[in-house]
Every structure is written in C-alpha cells, then in structure tokens.
Write a protein that binds this ligand. Sequence first.
Ligand code: GLU
Length: 373
Amino acid sequence: MSINTINRKALRLCGSAALLIAALAAGTGAQAADVSSQQASAVTAMPRVLLLATGGTISGTADPRSAIGYNSGNVKGQELVRGVPGIDKLASINAEQISNVGSQDMNDKIWLQLARRIDEAFERNEADAVVITHGTDTIEETAFFLNNVLHSDKPVVLVGSMRPGGSTSADGPNNLYEAVEVAASPQSRGRGVMVVMNDQIHAPRWITKTNTTAVQAFASPNAGAIGYVDPASVRFVMPAVQSARAALSLPANGQLPRVDIVYAHSNMDGRQIDHAIADGAKGIVVAGEGDGDMSKEALAALDRAAAKGIVVVRSTRLVSGFVNRNVEVDDDKRGFVASLDLNPQKARLLTQLLVANGVTDPFKVQQAFSGTW
Ligand code: GLU
C-alpha cells in the first residue's frame, strides 16, 4: 500500500493524529517523509465533531405572532452549522438529526437513542467529540443523564439558546460556535459531558436554568462555572472531576422506572405522596422546603412509601445549598436519602437510573448521590 493510499485512508477514516502516526509507522521511512507537514497539521488541527440535533429554541425561528414568540425546531442540524460563520475552521462537523422537539418533550426514548449513538460513535472512532443542540428547559437533565451513563471521557457538549434565529438578539450562533470550540479543544479531553451557554462552561451536576427569558439564564449556584469560552479562547478554572459520576447501565427494557417529584408547600398533606404510591412509583423525590423539609403529614406518607421499598429522596425547592442527612429529619431512622446538591429533577433521574440498575437500598442510594460508591 502506498503512503498516499495510507494517508487518504487515515484522513478519511480517522482524522486523528494517533491514527495518522499509526499510518506513518506502517510505511517505510522514505515513504513517511512524503507526508507533507500541511497534511499532518490539517489532520491534527481538525477534530471530528458529531453534531446531534434534538430541537429547541436554538433550532427555532422567530414568530411574527408576538415579540418573544417562536417556533421551536424549525431549523435542522446541518442548516444550523451552515449559519455559523467560521465554525468550519474549528472542526470537521457531521450533523445528524436525532429528534426535533422542544425539550419539554424530551423523554426516555430520545435519551436512550442519544446515549447509544454517542457510545457507538466513540466505539467506532467516528468522532473525537460530540455536540448536542437542545432546548434549554431540560438541557440540565439530559446532560446529567448522559454524564451518568456514558462510559467515554471524550467531550460531549450540550448547547442551546434563549432566543431563536431571526430575533434581534439571537444567541444561538455564538453559543453553537463556542460549543464546537469547547468540544474541539484539547483541554476538554477527559472532561466528559459539559454544557456551554453564554460564554460559560458548566458541569452537569451543578448547572441549572435560573431565568425564564434572560440570555444569562444558566448558573451553577453551588460550584460556579467550570470554565469560560469566547471566540478566541477556552479556559477551564476547575480540574476535571469524574468522581461524582456513577457510570450506570442503560435499562435493558429501554424504559426508565417511574419516579415522581412532589413539591412541598405550607399546609401540605400526604395525598400526592399516597397517590404516587398507589400509582406504582418506584421512587419519590420531594422538592422540600428549605433544607428538604415538609409537613408531618407529608413525612408520615413518605414513611408509608419507604415501608413499601419505594426509594424516598429529600431534595429542595431552593436553587442553591445542600440537603444534608439527619438535620431536621431523621433519615437514618426513616430510611430516607438526602439529595445533597442535586435538585429535584436531577435527584429524580439518578433515582430512576439506580432503580433500573437494581440499587434501592437507601444506604447504597445515598452513596451514589454522594458520588462515593
Ligand atoms: N421550551 C423550549 C425548549 O426547551 C424552548 C426553550 C429553549 O430552548 O430555550 O426546547
């Protein structure tokens, strides 16, 4: 095989420096010298990014109905990429449409499809990194889900926008540019799943949406952003942390078990919790008051749930702070789990994954919440 054939193959099949080096090693020294430095740098400088489009405002168009109205999911992945000047200089991007939904309609089926496609792309060495375009309403949940089930440390960057294409302050093009920039950056290796919004890079465990309409809607209140990005630079301010990751398996039957969230408030009775028990929930997460509190009636209903082997998790309806064990509620005695820094929607997801993996013992569930198992 001539070195040119090897080069063409290496360029077509892998585009990664490691495989080019392998191709060079396969040739003779003289042939290897034929490889021009431009070819080598073209290969090393062009990471392959697989873009998986799921819908959301980032693929929406402004709607003439009202000043802030829009139709989510009008623009497909490949078109999105074409609309961002200079993005083709960052990476070679291959776009695939996974779904076309507002993220309020994100569901188990799409999550499993995403996880399987990403695993496949990395296993077959089709891509060096993945970028997922997503609606902002539940982007934190998808990021958290993927972080718990993907087994590769290659970068997976989720990105959305608060304003649709065609609006006066559309933030999608810059967010997408920066997401690809982060995905393509050598600094992102070993960091797994991240979310890029509005010049910031966030970790799945901590990011949450904090505003209904503002462009600066995302924050990680308990930890801060893990890094910052602008069109010229990517800067991480925190080292890569993988300890908080459970690496759970996807459910074999393709469906996550039912876990309900019940919102605590004054004058709360136990009826919603009893309904969840009667409806066959395998777990109940309470979005508690303060540090995960609720009324005596609600606690008594949760005792009934725990007695049936249902996983009971106390989280908080507040946006920051930890829910610690055994502060105002005796979790040890009642067999409850404290969600620590996981908000109710992420506590729900982790509980679903744990139950799907056969983990229901409160002590083990607590360890998984702490990232210490
Ligand atoms: N509700 C839609 C969604 O989450 C639009 C919100 C957005 O993407 O910003 O997909």
